[in-house]
Design a protein around this ligand. Structure first.
Ligand code: C2E
Ligand code: MG
Ligand code: MG
Ligand code: MG
Length: 287
């Protein structure tokens, strides 16, 4: 009896797995066409000087408006883009589109803003990334001072040697490097010391339960001290409450980012935020 059940269980599993594999293959096929069909969109989330502005930077966050699958956030398609290699053309598109939009804002008078773009490990391990970034800046007549590249510790660690080489070349171009989701990876302090990074973003995980009387405050203090020792600007991501905003500012974060200060949204939403910063959080729905 037990054997029979086991076999049925296996069949069920196999069936579910086939359906899943099929779905992923379909998704990959559609994603392959997404660039050409203009289905990829960049949303933008502001980074503000603590505690409440002005705006110093904007982070570009990819979305896929798919006719077949609906409006997708990165968790739904980036893993697939990474495993299939599609992240390279997609990532190149992101870099170009973000530079184009930064140039529009620059021309509107926002000469002190910078644009942050997230990078995947696959992108960072290709030396051609340096050319892609240089060409995008040239094409849009943008100074490298207006571009920030966000990488996570794990992104940089996957092939630490290759990544460091590319990062040093990017830094030599004059773009800034930011370490995203800091505190979640396994990079050694020695490796961190060698990264040409100017900014450190404390992972949202440490912020979420802040002000609830746990160890998170002490951990954040330690991260800030470490980052400042290495000469980095400190950003807190995922700021959702006024209590977090107040505490993070008091602890010494230079820049804050989070739903409280502005949700990610289409480019035209950013001008609304800059005109009425205190009203930003309730202007747009959550994604
Ligand atoms: P990330 O770079 O750490 O971006 C922060 C994520 O947290 C974003 O999710 C953002 O929408 C969300 N977020 C911002 N503020 C808050 C908040 O106050 N509370 C909460 N709960 N969430 C907040 P999103 O847009 O879904 O992006 C997820 C991740 O996907 C990003 O994490 C980044 O690693 C990756 N990603 C996004 N766009 C790109 C891209 O163009 N290229 C690459 N390679 N990766 C990207
Ligand atoms: Mg980021
Ligand atoms: Mg992050
Ligand atoms: Mg993240």
């Amino acid at each position: 009896h037990a054997k029979k059940q086991g076999r049925n269980g296996y069949r069920f599993f196999e069936h579910a797995m086939n359906a899943d594999v099929h779905q992923q293959m379909q998704l990959q096929q559609d994603l392959r066409k997404a660039i050409h069909n203009n289905e990829l969109v960049l949303y933008y989330q502001p980074k503000l000087v603590a505690p409440a502005g002005p705006l110093t930077g904007i982070e570009a966050l990819i979305r896929w408006q798919s006719p077949e699958h609906g409006f997708l956030t990165p968790d739904r398609f980036l893993p697939l883009a990474e495993s299939s290699g599609l992240i390279v053309p997609i990532g190149n598109w992101v870099i170009n589109e973000a530079c184009r939009q930064m140039k529009v804002w620059f021309d509107q008078g926002h000469s002190d803003w910078s644009m942050a773009v997230n990078l995947s490990a696959v992108q960072l391990e290709h030396i051609s990334l340096v050319d892609v970034v240089r060409e995008a800046l040239e094409e849009h007549e943008l100074s490298p001072a207006h571009l920030v590249l966000e990488i996570t510790e794990s992104t940089a660690m996957r092939d630490a040697e290759a990544s460091l080489k590319v990062l040093n070349k990017l830094a030599a171009l004059g773009v800034s490097i930011s370490i995203d989701d800091f505190g979640t990876g396994y990079s050694s302090l020695l490796y961190l010391k060698h990264l040409p990074a100017n900014e450190l973003k404390i992972d949202r995980g440490f912020i979420t339960e802040l002000a609830q009387g746990n160890d998170d405050e002490a951990i954040i203090q330690a991260i800030i001290a470490l980052g400042k020792t290495l000469g980095m600007k400190i950003v807190a991501e995922g700021v959702e409450t006024p209590e977090q905003q107040e505490l993070l500012t008091r602890l010494g974060c230079d820049t804050l980012q989070g739903y409280l200060l502005g949700r990610p949204g289409p480019a035209d939403m950013v001008s609304t935020i800059t005109e009425q910063p205190e009203r930003a959080p309730d202007l747009v729905p959550a994604f």
